[in-house]
Design a binder for this molecule. Structure first.
Ligand SMILES: NC(=O)c1ccc[n+]([C@@H]2O[C@H](COP(=O)([O-])OP(=O)(O)OC[C@H]3O[C@@H](n4cnc5c(N)ncnc54)[C@H](O)[C@@H]3O)[C@@H](O)[C@H]2O)c1
Length: 347
């Protein structure tokens, strides 16, 4: 039997997740929720986003129940799994309620900006008969999954350096502009850059310390809109750096890149380089090779994994709630490093 899914929050991420669930045979969308009545009629065309298209979705109102209040969806007996795509500041409250109601939860990243709330979510998940899976999609993105496997297998030897970049114009689509309020979203540091922080931890583990520089003032008044972090590991020769921000001007395209130098190869990912998104440059070869990976995107693979874990009654291991909590903690260390202009040790 398909997993009966309810999606809460039908903005950029909600409509993306909803469309994926509607096309995944493991899922049956039985409910969705948004306080915007156009969106609960299936018309997401007023939404925005930096990937994909905001459009009308064909939703059968006899099969999908529309709610305006998240609590009502959570308590719907025809919902087994709740997919939370609400603004970040609402995640903790709704995720904890859903876990208490015994529902499986997929919750967008960041789980929350507050470490106190992150701990409350971890506690709620321990007490629940279901589970929560934080939606850290980069762990599932095919070219990033390929990189994780290349590092783990040591196929190209050890890593000398890994640099990541995620850069965009400030989001202009969010409901009542919540993303541009650092108290609600954590600004680019928590909303955007956490993708790379979490991936760095996934591949290299927690660093011993971080040194970050960054600033705000262009896109938000007192949030961190642009950050560059060096993750400092026990091996002093390992260079791991991530740059992220949304300070670019509006015509600048969403940019997602990495370059990793191994002993025996250099790999380079650039989401905008059509047909050559992931390139492998082997030592001593004159020409780089295009690396072919799965054609599904990370959101599709992440959602499929979530549904598969429910089907198999196993807890997710690729990303766990504790891992997501540690990534939030590391981003806090980066913020401390920026604000205090010093290296911050990680315990
Ligand atoms: N994984 C990714 O790649 C990715 C990309 C973008 C956003 N996100 C995350 O997804 C989450 C949502 O971001 P978004 O860009 O979709 O935001 P958004 O503003 O586009 O969408 C939020 C939706 O929630 C609705 N909403 C707000 N408060 C509500 C309430 N109390 N009750 C019912 N509906 C309510 C709004 O009407 C809106 O439709 C954030 O946590 C963000 O960080 C993740």
């Amino acid at each position: 039997m398909a997993v009966r899914v309810g999606v809460i929050g039908l903005g950029f991420m909600g409509r993306t997740h909803l469309e994926i669930h509607l096309n995944n045979p493991r899922a049956e969308v039985t409910a969705y929720c948004d306080y915007d009545p156009n969106r609960t009629k299936g018309d997401m065309s007023t939404g925005g986003g930096n990937v994909g298209e905001a459009k009308k979705l064909n939703i059968d109102p006899t099969k999908v129940k529309a709610y305006f209040e998240p609590d009502e969806l959570i308590n719907d007996p025809n919902v087994d799994a709740v997919d939370i795509c609400l603004p970040t500041y609402l995640h903790a409250e709704i995720a904890i309620k859903a876990l208490k109601a015994g529902k499986y939860v997929l919750c967008e990243k960041p789980l929350t900006v507050s470490l106190k709330e992150a701990d409350q979510i971890v506690e709620a998940s321990k007490k629940s008969k279901a589970f929560i899976m934080p939606a850290h999609c980069m762990r599932f993105w095919p070219e990033w999954d390929w990189l994780k496997k290349a590092v783990d297998s040591k196929e190209f030897g050890k890593v000398h350096s890994a640099t990541f970049k995620r850069f965009a114009a400030a989001p202009g689509w969010s409901a009542k502009n919540w993303i541009l309020n650092p108290k609600l979203s954590g600004a680019a540091l928590f909303d955007l850059h956490i993708h790379d922080t979490d991936f760095v931890r996934f591949v290299f583990g927690n660093p011993k310390a971080v040194f970050s520089v960054g600033n705000g003032g262009k896109s938000t008044r007192d949030g961190i809109d642009h950050v560059v972090t060096s993750y400092l590991y026990k091996n002093p020769k390992l260079v791991v750096v991530a740059e992220g921000g949304w300070n670019a001007d509006t015509s600048y395209p969403f940019t997602m890149r990495y370059t990793v130098v191994f002993d025996k190869a250099t790999v380079d990912f650039d989401a905008s380089r059509e047909g050559k998104v992931l390139m492998l440059h082997r030592a001593a070869e004159k020409v780089g090779e295009v690396v072919k990976v799965a054609t599904q995107n990370g959101w599709q693979l992440e959602i499929d994994y979530f549904l598969e874990c429910i089907e198999k009654k196993t807890k997710p291991t690729i990303i766990t709630v504790k891992e997501a909590r540690e990534s939030i903690a590391l981003v806090h260390a980066e913020e401390k490093s920026i604000r205090e202009r010093k290296i911050v040790k990680i315990r």
